[in-house]
Design a binder for this molecule. Structure first.
Ligand SMILES: NC(=O)c1ccc[n+]([C@@H]2O[C@H](COP(=O)([O-])OP(=O)(O)OC[C@H]3O[C@@H](n4cnc5c(N)ncnc54)[C@H](O)[C@@H]3O)[C@@H](O)[C@H]2O)c1
Length: 276
């Protein structure tokens, strides 16, 4: 028997990367998982976003392992579509117990050169997208007297970062949003928490745009060129986490009996150990 038998989960940005790892782990514990992702490439994102094929692969790998998963092509920037998705899950499965607001995008630009599009795309996906999901989910969770909300922020949600002002703003905002939700739902059986990963080896960072930023003097930098520079970013000297390293933190918060809420769990290779 899995610890999450009978539970229903929604994971946004679940087609690949961390969202895929979270979806697989939730299903392995017995939850029915609705895996949401978009099939639209956002123009200001400098690396390929997930495809319908990635989404189907996540769902079929869960099914092949004996789990239960469904694909939902929804862009989290679309508030109406997000509400319809959440209401539809409750109509079809009778409940929504777990929300993993993980969908996100990243791009690089100094603030002085940041385009309106890049700012709005990042805020709308990383912050408003999570807001739309949480707003739609909380009333159902409150009626059931149970809910686990986990949003994915970042190390950039705990400090400023050059070339990432738009991303950092979205990820700091997410922490304020989730802490507020934790206060509003504290007596309703719902917990709301944040995970803050440092670099994770997913297509979000393992791409040419990131390699060029980290290795500006190299003509066509590769992952091998970028790796030692990532290793220098944290005291452990590890280049990046695997998605499953973040999944452990997510599952910890999902399985918490209900007393941990409004917290930020950093999975960060000791990179914030010298800050308060
Ligand atoms: N990779 C890192 O170094 C890192 C570090 C800290 C935090 N994060 C955060 O972790 C989360 C997961 O990222 P990842 O590392 O797995 O990268 P990823 O690019 O592999 O996964 C992100 C997923 O979100 C989906 N997505 C993006 N915009 C969407 C939208 N508008 N609607 C629906 N889906 C959308 C993408 O298609 C993709 O499948 C993101 O919120 C990211 O900001 C990543």
């Amino acid at each position: 028997m899995g610890l999450l038998n009978g539970r229903v989960a929604l994971v946004t940005g679940g087609a690949r990367g961390q969202g895929r790892a979270h979806s697989i782990a939730l299903a392995r514990e017995g939850a029915v998982v609705v895996v949401c992702d978009t099939d639209t490439q956002i123009a200001s994102v400098p690396y390929p976003m997930a495809t319908r094929r990635d989404l189907d692969e996540t769902v079929s790998s869960i099914s092949a392992a004996g789990g239960q998963a469904y694909a939902a092509v929804v862009d989290v920037r679309n508030a109406e579509a997000v509400t319809d998705l959440v209401d539809g899950i409750v109509a079809d499965h009778g409940r929504l117990d777990i929300l993993i607001a993980n969908a996100g995008i990243c791009s690089f630009s100094p603030v002085a050169e940041l385009s309106d599009d890049r700012w709005h795309d990042t805020i709308e996906t990383n912050l408003s997208g999570a807001f739309y999901c949480i707003r739609a989910a909380v009333p159902h969770m409150a009626r059931a007297g149970y809910g686990r909300i986990i949003a994915t922020s970042s190390g950039a949600g705990r400090s400023g970062m050059a070339n990432l002002g738009h991303y950092a703003a979205s990820k700091w905002g997410l922490i304020g949003l989730v802490k507020s939700v934790a206060l509003e739902t504290a007596k309703l059986g719902i917990t709301a928490n944040v995970v803050c990963p440092t670099s994770v080896g997913t297509p979000m960072i393992l791409n040419d745009s990131t390699f060029r930023l980290f290795c500006p003097e190299i003509d066509q930098p590769t992952e091998a060129d970028a790796r030692p520079r990532f290793e220098n970013l944290n005291p452990m000297g590890v280049a990046w986490l695997e998605p499953e390293d973040v999944t452990r933190a997510v599952i910890y918060l999902v399985e918490d009996p209900g007393f941990t809420s409004g917290t930020v769990l950093e999975v960060n290779l000791a990179s914030s150990a010298n800050r308060q």
